[in-house]
Write a protein that binds this ligand. Structure first.
Ligand SMILES: *Cc1c(COP(=O)(O)O)cnc(C)c1O
Length: 378
């Protein structure tokens, strides 16, 4: 089965008891112990795992071509579990352009906890090589395309750099999605998703996931941390995610096709100084993206509005169809003045609007942004 078929049929599983095409939800937090004191079902308590996770994890492992997947209560719970599975004193590389709250967690909590965190430009292979400390660097974390400038990391090249130094490569592929990028096939060891975004796609749950290339000792530590930190999803969220993933391919393909048209439309617009989108030939990471992303460049783009922060905020104030809200990857298009969210130490330009393209009619989205820009000009 091709990945789109795997997703649409959620691996084709039929519920054994009811012959249902949709799986049941298992809300039970606890499971019966056998009279001889064993747990032959393999389950004892839902902080460790829950039957409702099984199918969603299997679908995700299949889509990412990984050995195993694990659901978490949020993308942040999934991402921080990867770092916390290391030891204080370990050196890690993280990108300068990345999801802002994880960067903030790395700068504050992780550093305080004893991790040596170094932020590098992940588009510069020489800078990455120079930052590696043999035996000390345990992890390269990257995000591609990276929030909110959509920098592209050359995953195959960075995997080689990581492995040469005995480090692992973990990739936040929330924006890439398994539709366009399969980091494990390119040499990464762990893939992370905010399942809140494209995987679920309907802006109605918070969830996260990790997928591993190998069920090794590092993965066992991550799984055991999930039990101990307790960042597991509820059964209903796991079920919703499985339901959302059934339409992953058509949603994401539609959004990406629309994003490409919108990016091309606003390139060279009199009131826009830059359009940041990996699908534009003029985009610095375009060549690498064209090589490692299959079939599209994703549904996320940013525009920088001439006239600076005030003009950007005024533009967002004037849209009607785009919704002014944080988050990404839903079926409805969202627009956000990103610097307002990220705070004073953000590397995000203050004139940048982040656009999460949904599945509406493309011309409605273009006309709405055109009208908002016109209202700002007059
Ligand atoms: C939203 C997001 C996260 C965090 O995920 P949550 O589910 O909100 O915890 C991490 N990385 C990226 C790229 C995101 O967009």
């Amino acid at each position: 089965m091709k990945p789109a078929t795997v997703a649409a049929q959620a691996l084709g599983w039929i519920d054994e008891k009811t012959r249902g095409v949709s799986p049941p939800i298992h809300p039970s937090s606890t499971f019966i112990r056998d009279p001889d004191n064993l747990y032959r079902s393999g389950r004892s308590y839902s902080r460790a795992d829950n039957p409702t996770y099984d199918q969603a994890e299997a679908v995700l492992a299949s889509l990412e071509n990984g050995a195993q997947a694990a659901l978490f209560s949020s993308g942040m719970a999934a991402a921080t579990a990867v770092f916390l599975s290391l030891a204080p004193g370990d050196h890690v590389l993280a990108p300068k352009a990345m999801y802002w709250l994880l960067r903030s967690w790395l700068m504050n909590f992780a550093t305080h906890w004893g991790m040596k965190v170094e932020f590098v430009d992940m588009t510069e292979l020489d800078a990455i090589k120079a930052a590696m400390r043999p035996r000390e660097t345990k992890l390269i974390w990257t995000e591609t395309p990276a929030n909110p400038t959509w920098d592209i990391t050359d995953l195959s090249a960075v995997a080689v750099i990581a492995h040469a130094a005995g480090a692992r490569l973990a990739v936040d592929s929330t924006v890439g999605t398994p539709v366009f990028t399969r980091p494990l096939d390119l040499g990464a060891d762990i893939v992370m998703h905010s399942a809140t975004k494209y995987l679920n796609g309907h802006s109605d749950l918070i969830g996260g996931a990790l997928v591993t290339r190998a069920g090794d000792e590092h993965w066992a530590r991550i799984k055991s941390l999930r039990v101990q930190l307790g960042g597991v999803p509820g059964a209903f969220e796991a079920w919703l995610l499985l339901r959302g993933m059934r339409t992953l391919f058509p949603r994401v393909r539609t959004a990406a096709a629309s994003a490409q048209i919108i990016a091309e439309h606003f390139s060279g617009h009199a009131q826009i100084s830059h359009v940041l989108y990996p699908g534009l030939k003029s985009f610095p990471g375009h060549e690498v993206a064209a090589r490692q992303m299959q079939g599209g460049f994703g549904g996320m783009l940013s525009v920088r509005v001439k006239g600076g922060e005030a003009a950007a905020i005024a533009t967002a104030a004037n849209v009607r169809i785009w919704k002014r809200a944080t988050s990404i990857g839903g079926v409805e298009s969202l627009m956000e003045h990103r610097a307002s969210v990220e705070g004073p130490d953000t590397p995000c330009p203050s004139d940048l609007l982040r656009l999460s393209v949904g599945i509406e009619e493309t011309s409605d989205l273009i006309d709405d942004l055109e009208a908002a820009l016109k209202a700002v000009k007059s």
